[in-house]
Design a protein around this ligand. Sequence first.
Ligand SMILES: Nc1ncnc2c1ncn2[C@@H]1O[C@H](COP(=O)(O)OP(=O)(O)OP(=O)(O)O)[C@@H](O)[C@H]1O
Ligand SMILES: N[C@@H](CCO)C(=O)O
Length: 306
Amino acid sequence: MDCIKIFSPATVANVSCGFDVLGFCLDHIGDEMIIKKTKERDIKITKIKGANLPFEVEKNVAGAAALAIYQDAKPDYGFEIEIYKKIKPGSGIGSSSASASGVVFAINQLLGKPYNATQLTQFAMKGEAVASGCEHADNIAPALFGGFTLVKSTQPLEVLSLPTPADLYATIIHPQIEVKTAEARAILPKKVDLQHAIQQWANVGSFVHALHTNDYDLLSESLKDKIVEPYRSKLIPYFDDVKNAAINAGGLGTGISGSGPSIFTLSKDEKTAKNVEKAIQNVYSKTDIKFNTYVCKINTEGIKII
Ligand SMILES: Nc1ncnc2c1ncn2[C@@H]1O[C@H](COP(=O)(O)OP(=O)(O)OP(=O)(O)O)[C@@H](O)[C@H]1O
Ligand SMILES: N[C@@H](CCO)C(=O)O
């Protein structure tokens, strides 16, 4: 195989209680990428459509991730990358991660699949660091593994695949403002209150248990964030109104998607997820902020060849 076209999905990181460790993968929202083998032994980005992003390999997360896997594999050929961006950079639904994880998935296929998903996550993290200034994997892991994931540790990297309850849906609202991950990380406190930490790790444990037991009530009770949301919600206009509207419409829980500004709500069926969509559209349609909404099933497959 000399050329491959892939779909690289959007993802929701943090999932309220699991800052930097929990994430899940969305269906139908995602970027497309075409990667070709070339005779020249280097990495080139030849086309970017849909967003104004750097073509310099080291400055583009796709380029930086591609370099990481390329320098490890040392093939006697190179790769050209075409990026068709559908996920707006700075949206909070894993735009940078879609590029980083998509490119390493595609190059691995062209190399004959020598690497496993954990090794690919490690390479993609080098790309994610270009966007956010630190190597976190909570968007990359769900894109590469599919479904819900928990990043148990980054050094050494260990990713756990969690079960996905069959009827779970996500509603996303993306207000058209940009929140850069690097900036949303910079406003966070370096130390946390012990009482808040106790509640937070109880919620992470409960959330993981709820996924294993299909316990939607427990899942709903665990979707809380005492540590990060109080700081970041200030960057997202009408966040509390969206949260109240989503819960009143039957959503299980609402939180900031990744570093925002997108907001996610989990629901226990598609009908409720669509009612949540209407309710949150109603909040933003009364303002002058442009927005998009999506209702997605949880994507258990992750990145796929198209
Ligand atoms: N291929 C790429 N795709 C997306 N963003 C890129 C890419 N290459 C470089 N960037 C830069 O990364 C930043 C966007 O990444 P950032 O992590 O801030 O947003 P996000 O991925 O949408 O958010 P989140 O990680 O919270 O879901 C922008 O500054 C953008 O210019
Ligand atoms: N865990 C990351 C996800 C965004 O890339 C954060 O919230 O900063």
